[in-house]
Design a protein around this ligand. Structure first.
Ligand code: ATP
Length: 385
């Protein structure tokens, strides 16, 4: 096992825009690190540079103490699981799992013992004599993992290993991978574009955008303290609402109504500014009629017209369309390079207690937990709170 240390890693294909741009990231010994970001953000390229499948244009990559920039993939002793499993169709499950040991000329009895142990761990024992064609997608994925973990590698690397599986199986495999990684305690780097996988699997998550590392932290840190609009919008589902707001003293004028910034820190964040973006997660709204007086006083209540509701049994989604006043919208468009129309959506998504009786068409009284709101600088996207 080993730590993986990346210092100012750059990757350029040709002389274009860097696919990976000055990324510095430490994956600790035994840690489960997720690399996440939208398509094209450079996460696979970064993973391929760790493994050695891609040359490093600049910076320093270490595995343990050793600088590996110029070291061949084989000598890095890393184990990789790909998206498309890449099993050998003509070999049995046993031989597929045994493959790396056969290559390493491990003695017969030891191969037998280790394959059986691995199969046990992955619940594949009864399938050892089958060929990949006769396995389900999930079983095939487990064989691919078996082949990866049977080696005593410095680290495991996963490139979107679950993306070919259906939703149910993905959920199941997610818990299996998580359990397996904890049990083996091996340094793991896992690439995904799926924020749910990122949030549920990793000890820490590194969020990439256009080749640039945005934030590294525990899932909870990313969720509660996103450093900028991009991370705030990317992590969490349904995603955070971003309301354009003009600042009036310590109050925020938003298309959903006017409310106080919440606390001294937030008041300080908006001081001297004309316009900001207010980030409110769907669950930080509540049906005001279900909030007790004492709690109510700790936040703000607005009146908003709900146009669609979705009752899911355990919660109620309410959608509130809004339009930013023209002057505010124009000001924001001038300021913001960060904002895409998706993030600045024209409806707020609100998650309410299932007991709420708010229905579509209602002018609903919504309580906002203003202690949980975020204030973003529209120009830089930075979280000011
Ligand atoms: P995805 O989730 O779609 O696989 P990703 O985040 O893994 O995306 P990369 O595959 O790392 O992204 O690609 C990062 C950028 O580098 C993209 O803009 C991509 O087009 C570019 N790129 C990747 N491989 C090459 C290559 N061999 N030659 C030129 N450009 C490449």
């Amino acid at each position: 096992m080993a730590a993986i240390t990346m210092k100012n890693i750059v990757k350029r294909y040709g002389d274009g825009f860097p696919a990976v741009n000055e990324v510095s990231l430490d994956v600790r010994d035994g840690e489960f690190m997720i690399l996440v970001g939208p398509s094209g953000c450079g996460k696979s390229t970064l993973l391929r540079m760790i493994v050695g499948l891609e040359d490093i244009t600049g910076g320093e990559m270490r595995i343990g103490e050793r600088v590996v920039n110029k070291i061949a993939p084989r000598q890095r002793n890393l184990s990789m699981v790909f998206q498309n499993y890449a099993l050998y169709p003509h070999l049995t499950v046993f031989e597929n799992i045994a493959f790396p040991l056969r290559l390493a000329k491990v003695p017969r009895e030891e191969v037998d013992r280790r394959v059986r142990e691995t199969a046990e761990l992955l619940e594949l024992t009864e399938h050892l004599d089958r060929k990949p064609a006769n396995l389900s997608g999930g079983q095939r994925q487990r064989v691919a993992m078996g082949r990866a973990i049977i080696r005593q590698a410095n680290a495991f690397l996963f490139d979107e290993p679950l993306s070919n599986l259906d939703a149910k199986l993905r959920g199941q495999m997610r818990t299996e991978i998580s359990r397996l990684q904890r049990r083996l305690g091996v340094t793991t780097v896992y690439v995904t574009h799926d924020q749910t996988e990122a949030m549920t699997l990793g000890d820490r998550v590194a969020v990439l955008r256009k080749g640039v590392l945005q934030q590294v932290g525990s899932p909870r840190e990313l969720y509660e303290e996103p450093v900028n609009l991009f991370v705030a919008g990317f992590i969490g589902s349904p995603s955070m609402n971003f309301l354009p707001a003009s600042v009036d003293g310590t109050a925020l004028d938003t298309p959903l109504g006017r409310f106080e910034a919440g606390d001294a820190r937030k008041a300080a964040a908006i001081e001297g500014r004309d316009v900001v973006l207010v980030g409110i997660r769907p669950e930080h709204f509540e049906d005001a009629s279900l909030v007790g007086a004492e709690k109510k006083a700790r936040g703000s209540t607005v009146s908003a017209r709900v146009d669609v509701t979705e009752w899911l049994g355990n919660e109620l989604y309410a959608y509130v369309p809004y339009e930013a006043p023209d002057d505010l919208a124009a000001q924001l468009r001038d300021l913001s390079r960060e904002l895409d129309s998706d993030q600045l959506r024209t409806q707020a998504v609100i998650s309410l207690d299932a007991a709420s009786e708010i229905t579509a068409g209602d002018a609903a009284e919504l309580w906002i937990d203003t202690s949980k709101i975020h204030i973003f600088d529209p120009a830089s996207g930075a979280n000011l709170t």
